[in-house]
Each structure stands twice: as C-alpha cells, then as structure tokens.
Design a protein around this ligand. Structure first.
Ligand SMILES: *[C@@H]1O[C@H](CO)[C@@H](O)[C@H](O)[C@H]1NC(C)=O
Ligand SMILES: *[C@@H]1O[C@H](CO)[C@@H](O)[C@H](O)[C@H]1NC(C)=O
Length: 231
C-alpha cells in the first residue's frame, strides 16, 4: 500500500515536471529561402529541429547549435532547416566540414556550386550570421536565407506591398534592402522598375494570385510577394 502510494505520487510528480519543463530541442517553423544563381530553389515555411546532417564532402555531424559550444542547448539551426527542406523537396546540397568550427561550409545547393569567387552566404533576418549554419540557432518565424554569390552584393532585396489588389487598379509596391532598410531604385518587379524611393506601381488585368519578386543584376533577388487580384 505504501509502495503504491509512493509510486502514484512519483508518477504524478514526474508528470508535473514533464509538463512544466520545456521540451528539449522542440523545433521551430522558419521562413526558409534559397536564392540560386538563376532561380529561387526554395521559398516557404519549414519545420526544423536540431539533428545530425550528412553531406557527401563533409560526412555526418551534429547540427543543433551546440557545435563549437556556440549554444548550451540543442535547437534548430539554419543548416538543419536547409537539410529538412532538401529532404522535403528532394533537392541535394553539399558542404565541407571544418573541425576548427565544428561546422559545415555549404558549397552547393541543387546544382548551384560555388566557384573561386562566388560562395553561398547565410543571412538570418537579413543579417549575415556571425557563425556557421550549424552553430547559428533559429527561432519561430525567423527568415533564413541561403544566397548564391551572396557576399558583397549591392543589395539584399525585400519586396513589400498589399496582399490584395483590385483588377485594373494600380498598387504601390516597395523595394528596399532588407539588410540596411534603404530604398532600392532600379529593381524590376513584374516588368516595372522601382523609382528613387524604391516604389513600383503595378496594375493587374487578370484575376487570381500573382507571385512577385524584385530582381536587380547586382543584388540578391527578393522574397516572394503573393498578391490576390480581385474584382
Ligand atoms: C551525430 O554526429 C556526431 C558528431 O557530430 C556523432 O558523434 C554522432 O554519433 C552522430 N549521431 C548519429 C545518430 O549519427
Ligand atoms: C529524388 O531525386 C533523385 C535524384 O534527382 C531521384 O533519383 C529520386 O527518384 C527522387 N525521389 C523522389 C521521391 O522524388
């Protein structure tokens, strides 16, 4: 009887502790974007938690933010998100592993392979990550960007505007540099060019969902803006 009571209270206690303590490495949904040389390879929400990642050139290593003792607890990372997207959408990526950083250096995604002068950059919420992609943990709702030839570009384009437009009525969209916040003139959106304030006026004659991006030769193309054109 005493034993049973003890077991019961121990069970209740462990249940309470389980509920109270945040689950380790619970994962997060992030907005992952992979901008390749000529096209967007992936753009959308992806659920990720820290896990081992295996690449052809780098082998099998943990990728949960505890790499190189960067964080005390395991969690989702930029590169774990890339790995999850590659499995979900069946595209390949490769990376070499550097023991001194306990991290991968991404060399290729879906056939876009680094050159002597063009490398894959990682930006978190439009800022360059100070550490590698398995050291850099991410939170719910973060914007994670892998950009080919992503270093030293003029701008990291960000496109914003309304989600709904009326048919045959112009809507104003705005192109900025997500890293610095400055307006970007000369970017192309739906065949129109942004002005000195980064503004573009676009008119849709057909109903439906329009997927727009801003592009500029010296810059990394923007996020996708989905506009619903209604009567
Ligand atoms: C994960 O990677 C670590 C090295 O970072 C290794 O020690 C461990 O065995 C790997 N775990 C699995 C399940 O492959
Ligand atoms: C994934 O891609 C590989 C290589 O392109 C292909 O061989 C394989 O059949 C694909 N798998 C699925 C489930 O689409």
């Amino acid at each position: 009887m005493h034993f049973m009571l003890f077991s019961l209270s121990a069970f209740l206690l462990s249940t309470i502790v389980t509920i109270a303590a945040p689950p380790p490495n619970a994962g997060a949904v992030v907005n992952l974007r992979i901008e390749g040389a000529q096209r967007t390879i992936f753009e959308g929400p992806i659920f990720t938690r820290g896990h081992n990642v295996t690449t052809k050139s780098g082998g099998n290593h943990h990728c949960d933010g505890t790499n190189n003792n960067e964080n005390p607890k395991p969690g989702p990372t930029c590169t774990s998100a890339l790995d999850d997207a590659s499995k979900r959408k069946n595209f390949s990526f490769d990376g070499t592993y550097f023991p001194e950083f306990d991290d991968f250096f991404i060399t290729s995604i879906d056939g876009d392979t680094q050159t002597d002068t063009q490398f894959w950059a990682i930006l978190l919420n439009f800022q360059f990550t100070p550490v590698g992609g398995c050291q850099q943990q991410v939170k719910w709702g973060d914007d994670v960007l892998f950009a080919f030839d992503g270093f030293g570009r003029a701008h990291y384009l960000k496109l914003s505007g309304p989600k709904i437009a009326r048919q045959n009525r112009p809507v104003a969209l705005t192109v900025t540099d997500g890293e610095t916040g400055v307006a970007v003139p000369g970017a192309i959106v739906a065949g129109q060019t942004s002005n000195t304030e980064g503004k573009v006026s676009v008119t849709f004659s057909n109903l439906g969902i329009k997927n727009l991006k801003a592009e500029k030769a010296d810059s990394i193309r923007s996020n996708r803006l989905d506009i619903h054109v209604v009567q």
